[in-house]
Design a binder for this molecule. Sequence first.
Ligand code: FAD
Length: 486
Amino acid sequence: STSLVWFRRDLRHFDHAALFHALKKSQKCYCVFIFDHGILQHLPRQDRRVQFIHDSIIELNHELEKMGGNLIVRYGDPRDEIPRLAAELEAQAVFTNHDYEPAAIQRDRDVRDALTSFACDFHTFKDQVIFEMDEVMSLAGKPFSVFTPYKNAWLKKLSSELEAPPDFFFESYPVEKYQHHLRALTNQRIPSLEEIGFERVASDAMKLNGGMQAGMQLLTDFLTRISLYGSARDFPAVKGPSYLSVHLRFGTVSIRYLVRQAIQHIRTASDSHGATVWLSELIWRDFYFMILHHHPRVIQKAFKPEYDAIQWEHGEPAESLFQAWCEGRTGYPLVDAAMRQLIQTGYMHNRLRMVVASFLVKDLGLDWRWGEHYFARHLNDFDLSANNGGWQWAASTGCDAQPYFRIFNPITQSEKFDAEGRFIRRYVPELHALNSKQIHAPWKLGQLELQAAGVRLGSTYPYPIVDHDIARKKTLERYSIVKKPT
Ligand code: FAD
């Protein structure tokens, strides 16, 4: 039989559920990637994510060629392109991995319906998470809405899977076992970035390389410092986290491989704290996918419905304040450094995501969805579930979110997590001459100190756009509409 494997956010040729099953079940197996016109048409001409995908599929094609196949690349609407190609190849089945976003679920339904009309099957598999949808449920059979019990149940399930023979989890999906079933479609050429309407991103402060090799390099580097993760992960000036999120987003690394590395470290290293904390972060990722599956309404609404009654600021000056936040002109150096890191690199450190999200919602009184959408446009690793979860956490509207009366102080956060101002100086060079005591709140300095550092408030660097103490009180009032504190 003939099958077609449809690659989406799983751009690798190893440990790949759909590819493995297709190769195992069919004699001839073709591979395809579709540049989805509906998604691409709304993006700017220079987009790091499109470039990342493009680099990744070139590498993927190369690897598939070595195995006897290739990657067919099309541009258009997958609802038309997949059935058309499946018909051309006379495929009996299309294999792909689960996508959990509501729009993707609808797209897949449409593709499945179109394939059914000519008796072509559509098979989908779990691949991008360890446990999905309703695999980890409470004893009462309900989805969890608090992280810690979810994590405990997740870990328990993992232990039992690791023990159960055959050790399938560790075996993963050995694609190479059936690679002789791969087939190449002749006369294929991957369109250039320009041909699909994009150009390479001119300057990239943080070099972002697509592809499996780049993902593996980051992982190898991270594994040398994983035991320090627990203590280093909160300090944006330090190389603490793995920077693997964009690779997880596009599947150029395998989540099973990452979890296996973490577990091996926990089992064998003398100091397993860092790996334990990191594993916990990977479990947050599964947690938010699970939440999105059970509560797709979170895309528009607060997870806790009573929080939808909150009145956010709008019109002016809200719009201008939002613009200042987006552009890193709030007058709060750590917030500005973080927002400029996002613009310049497409990445933002997790601690800073929490700080700037809290600032938008609880200092500026703006709707968390404004920030969520801005992040969605700019983050290389944008993922609907984690982004929504993170924003609702910061806005206190989400599941297991921080209580609304806990409000980050942007100055204390700065003093604590960028004590020497190293991160701030990297992205807000106009403040570079301020010392580590002065740099967190320049408006508190005297004229002489500012002059000595070459800072002119209101000219070289803005005055703070909001007074944190006043904003804090307003926020407590704003949230008081939600009667019971969580
Ligand atoms: P590491 O610290 O090395 O963590 C390893 C991996 O664990 C990450 O790559 C990620 O896949 C996962 N992870 C870590 N923290 C979280 C978390 N809180 N929730 C879910 N998964 C997590 N992460 C995204 O992948 N995409 C997003 O769009 C996104 N938006 C966010 C928005 C806000 C407001 C907040 C507070 C957090 C957001 N996060 C998002 C989570 C987190 O900030 C990033 O995953 C992390 O900073 C990525 O860097 P890293 O790969 O170096 O992480």
